[in-house]
Design a protein around this ligand. Structure first.
Ligand code: FUB
Length: 458
């Protein structure tokens, strides 16, 4: 190749890299904590994603509270804190496992499994007047307990108003919930679903596994078809599904949705499926975050399309995740805990102010994806921070933590990390649609400042 042609090629490549949008890597969608067992639900036009929470450095399931994240664009997730925990249930000993929340009569009901003191796994129900909680134990005792496999409740209200709760590990049960959502039809009682190869696939036959069904059922209806999507096959688990013409069966095994033995998947998996703004989404968990493992898992999401007959395509885990389905409006106040991707930060809930970003060190950043500054652009930025030290700043970059800088807010000592102050900076060159990066700068090795919310002005 002639030197001239080679130079042309290098120049063309450099130009292409310069104009390419930044590579997206948004899975796992929550990076500030290990999260598992996603339970998404649409409330007030937003996706409310309830998860459980694996404690750091766990060598078994060490899970004490449930977490909530919300999004209206599928890429920026706002940490809403912990709406309930084991402390919500006086009878709970440990194991805050896979929950699901549903709305009825202006109230929100959270069904959650946990170990009942001296008994074993049981399913409780908590209620709140707000989806963000706090939730309160509705009964003071479990809603159901029938076997050691009483985990992973999934709840659904059918078109005729009848609500169903399915659950179970190795065995599958359901009850017909009464309209109060905290009791069930005692005449029907707890129904054990027959696990047959036709309904749930032929299993390995070892121990009790005559079918593929293991745990983590996710029950819903789409058109006239009822779906049970579940963790299957033993360890490592894949995700499979069955469908039925009615809410209580007969179920027909339909195949595998997400195989196992793929990079970053954990030995468990757990589905959550929703349709939102004309798109279909499949939530699951893996172990892809740094330090991750089978007991330090992370929730992910993929967009998919049902086949015309309502069957699922194969869905493979990606590190890209789902594309954005909207733009974030930077001229409306956003909490600092609204994050598409981050490195080096934590989120904490503080009395009075709520969830904020903490413990950020120099170089840490928050990425907020697909932010539309419009054609006139932003002229200034306001941030609410609390700091006990001097010499820190928050840099505002576009399209990369080292992308063009459009402003810097100097952060003085505000009187301590409980003393909140709104600070301003001029912004230059923030127009159009960009990924926004807040980069924390200050003395290396020290915690800089707490960051509560931000808002641009035109
Ligand atoms: O997270 C604890 C348990 O692991 C869940 O209840 C199961 O679905 C599995 O993901």
């Amino acid at each position: 190749m002639k030197l001239y042609t080679l130079l042309q090629l290098i120049f063309a490549l450099a130009l292409t890299l310069a104009v390419l949008p930044p590579a997206r890597a948004d899975n796992p969608i929550i990076q500030t904590r290990y999260t598992a067992d996603p339970a998404p639900v649409i409330i007030h036009g937003k996706v409310y994603l309830y998860t459980d929470h694996d404690e750091d450095h766990a060598t078994w399931f060490v899970m004490k509270d449930w977490r909530l994240y919300t999004s209206s664009d599928m890429v920026n997730w706002t940490d809403e804190g912990s709406p309930l925990s084991l402390k919500t249930f006086s009878w709970a000993a440990r194991d805050a496992w896979a929950p699901q929340v549903i709305q009825r009569n202006g109230k929100y009901y959270c069904y959650a499994p946990m170990t009942q003191k001296g008994v074993g796994m049981s399913v409780g129900v908590a209620v709140s007047s707000k989806p963000e909680g706090p939730f309160h134990d509705a009964l003071g005792h479990p809603l159901v307990h029938i076997s050691p496999g009483d985990i992973d409740p999934t709840v659904f209200i059918d078109n005729d108003g009848q609500a169903y709760l399915y659950w179970g590990n190795s065995q599958l049960f359901y009850v017909k919930l009464n309209r109060d959502m905290i009791s069930y039809d005692q005449k029907v009682g707890i129904v054990k679903v027959p696990l047959t190869a036709a309904s749930f696939g032929k299993g390995p036959g070892v121990r009790r596994r005559r079918t593929l069904y293991v745990e983590g059922p996710w029950f819903y209806r789409r058109g006239n078809l009822y779906y049970l999507v579940y963790a299957a096959g033993g360890i490592p688990e894949f995700i499979a599904y069955s469908t039925s013409p009615g809410p209580t069966g007969p179920w027909s095994y339909r195949g595998i949705i997400m195989p196992n033995h793929l990079p970053h998947l954990a030995f468990t998996n757990h589905p959550g499926v929703i349709d939102y703004k004309g798109h279909s989404y499949f939530f699951y968990h893996n172990q892809a975050l740094p330090g991750g493992g089978g007991f330090d898992r992370s929730v992910c999401v993929e967009e998919f399309k049902y086949n015309p007959d309502g069957s699922f395509p194969t869905i493979l885990p990606t590190d890209k995740g789902a594309p954005p389905i909207g733009h974030l409006n930077p001229f409306k106040r956003s909490t600092a805990a609204t994050i598409a991707w981050e490195t080096g930060i934590h989120t904490e809930t503080y009395p009075v102010v709520g969830v904020c970003v903490t413990h950020e060190e120099t170089g840490a950043y928050i990425k907020v994806e697909s932010v539309d500054f419009g054609t006139t652009g932003a002229k200034s930025l306001a941030i609410d921070v609390a700091s006990g030290s001097t010499g820190s700043s928050l840099e505002v970059h576009l399209d990369g933590a080292d992308g063009p800088i459009v402003g810097t807010v100097m952060v003085p000592d505000t009187g301590g990390t409980k003393s909140w102050k709104v600070l301003h900076a001029d912004i230059h060159g923030a127009k159009g649609d960009h990924d926004l990066y807040f980069v924390f700068k200050g003395t290396p090795g020290t915690h800089l400042f707490h960051f509560l919310w931000w808002q641009f002005a035109k």
